[in-house]
Design a protein around this ligand. Structure first.
Ligand code: FEO
Ligand code: CA
Ligand code: CA
Ligand code: CA
Length: 545
């Protein structure tokens, strides 16, 4: 490959692939013959728009600012500690996944679900006293994780997105909120007999259900559970919340397995069963999908949530191109002659609770930290961000693309390719969250760890960023940088409004390496009168349609 990114970024404007793809599709030429798969019969399942995502790509930078291309701006809609409603609830720490829910089909007023992944003791709960947290500190630790439901609107007069703190919908779901368990582990000894558990935390990324609720994923739950004296087996699940309805009982779907869940991407199989793709963000961990037993029935609305209670959990075997069904029968067969494992795996509840161990036993392929998984709305291929894995010398990660047999999400066979690789040649390192726009561009944020940023093998990348990678057309696989994060921050959870004129984005852990509050390594969002770096959610505007 030529040494392209510097030239392209400097001299070209990112035009989006829509115009090219549409031209090729209508002329019957070009990209249809470019590759064998995917861009054939299923191409343009959803037609790309003609235009709308043009921007002048930015260069990597180390500036303590959210840097955007010319013509774009951001508004901070909510930052750590901000009051979100009349009850005085406050916005949690280290915001991650965001998901916009329209109110009355509006792209200018809606509810925003926001994950809160973890805290920083320097700014939240304080340091341990004699190696332990006090009850008050534990409350802080748990309250500031979980999720926020905030109401956001575009104020035309001020030309600004704002939070509506008089909202009757705005509320918190936290490490203190009671949850019910569903599925095979509920009430079993694998989860100490629990049918209800306390709270959610370590909420990293997530997804939207077809019935308009949010799935939020518990990732690195271990330390918080330990520090709060909670049962480890009650965490590491996918939770479901209805932002509009506080009476929809918040729940953890154990059928989707327990591991270090990054996100959950829902689609539908050709026979209408519901499919959820998921990554286990650990070194040498697996890619999973859940396929429901029963079929999606649109008229049932939110009662379709029950589909997530019963089905088959599969783990990906990359070598054979097969999805392995993780049934108790299969696990017991694989454990034959190993009394310790047979003791451990007696029920399906044991399988879903000890998912990684069962997956490896069955031949699931250990991979390089699978984070966000997204289903392309254009051709039903599956994109998986493999962030990195220094154990294998994979320092910059890659984005893998699965092609399910017959493009059916319910298939049990697949092929895969490396869609894009991190590194100097592509300009990005450590791909993490992904989201599609309607031009088949994959918006990709990066997660180079704060301690590695701007040194050694990561010197050329500057701060973490956001990149736009076309998945069809002549620029397929090429990364164009759209944003650069403030110092030591990670950009997470990009989500568009339906009209795609606004992109919500989390700025997580600015100034993460700060040791002394009086001398922070970042002061973003640069609030007047304070030096505190605050995780915050921003609304980016400037897209022109
Ligand atoms: Fe919370 Fe895998 O990032
Ligand atoms: Ca992540
Ligand atoms: Ca995503
Ligand atoms: Ca990450």
């Amino acid at each position: 490959m030529e040494n392209k990114p510097l030239n392209r970024r400097t001299f070209l404007t990112f035009m989006g692939t829509g115009a090219a793809a549409l031209a090729a599709a209508t002329s019957g030429l070009g990209i249809l013959s470019e590759t064998a798969h995917a861009e054939t019969d299923n191409l343009l399942r959803v037609k790309p728009k003609k235009k709308g995502f043009e921007f002048q790509p930015i260069d990597a930078t180390t500036k303590d600012e959210l840097v955007l291309p010319k013509g774009f701006k951001y508004d901070v809609v909510a930052a750590y500690g901000d009051v979100i409603n009349r009850e005085g609830d406050t916005f949690g720490f280290n915001n991650d996944f965001t998901l916009y829910f329209s109110i009355e089909n509006s792209s200018e007023r809606g509810l925003l679900w926001v994950n809160h992944e973890y805290t920083n003791p320097l700014y939240v709960e304080g340091e341990k006293v004699n190696g332990k947290y006090t009850p008050a500190q534990i409350e802080q630790l748990l309250y500031n994780q979980g999720g926020s439901i905030i109401e956001v609107y575009y104020d035309k007069k001020d030309n600004k997105w704002k939070m509506d703190t008089s909202s009757t919908h705005a509320r918190r779901v936290t490490g203190l909120t009671p949850f019910m368990l569903t599925g095979p582990a509920k009430g079993t000894k694998a989860v100490s007999g629990a049918t209800r558990v306390q709270g959610t935390f370590a909420n990293c990324s997530g997804g939207k259900t077809i019935w308009n609720t949010v799935l939020s994923c518990e990732e690195n739950f271990e330390d918080t559970a330990q520090n709060a004296g909670l049962d480890q087996t009650h965490y590491g699940w996918v939770i479901e919340v209805d932002p509009f309805d506080p009476n929809f009982e918040v729940r953890k779907h154990t059928a989707l397995g327990r591991f270090n869940h990054e996100n959950a991407s829902m689609g539908i199989a050709k026979d209408s069963r519901v499919v959820v793709y998921m990554g286990d963000d650990k070194k040498d961990a697996c890619v999973y999908k859940f396929v429901s037993k029963n079929k999606y029935v649109p008229s049932l609305g939110k009662a379709n949530s029950r589909l997530l209670e019963e089905g088959t959990l599969y783990v990906a075997d990359f070598k054979k191109g097969k999805w392995i069904a993780m049934t108790i029968e299969a696990v017991q067969k694989a454990a034959a002659g190993k009394p310790e494992l047979l003791e451990k795996f007696q029920t399906q509840g044991d399988v879903v609770t000890n998912c990684h161990e069962a997956a490896i036993l069955l031949g699931g392929t250990p991979t390089d930290r699978p984070e966000d998984v997204e289903i392309s709305p254009f051709d039903n291929t599956i994109f998986i961000a493999h962030t990195n894995n220094d154990k294998h010398g994979n320092l910059h990660g890659h984005i893998t693309r699965f092609i399910e047999k017959n493009d059916d999400l319910g298939a049990t066979e697949f092929e895969y390719e490396i869609f894009a690789a991190g590194g100097r040649q592509s300009g990005f390192s450590a791909p993490d969250n992904l989201t599609f726009d309607s031009n088949a561009n994959l918006w990709t944020v990066t997660d180079i760890s704060s301690s590695s940023l701007n040194k050694d093998a990561w010197t050329s990348f500057g701060n973490n960023g956001m990149f736009v990678i076309p998945t069809i057309g002549s620029d397929k696989g090429i990364a164009f940088q759209f944003a650069s994060a403030p110092a030591e921050a990670e950009l997470t959870g990009p989500s568009f409004t339906p009209d795609e004129k606004t992109l919500f984005l989390s700025i997580q852990h600015p100034g993460e390496e700060t040791k002394d509050k009086n001398n922070p390594t970042s002061t973003w969002p640069h609030r007047i009168g304070e030096k505190t770096p605050r995780p915050a959610v921003v609304a980016i505007t400037g897209f022109k349609f």
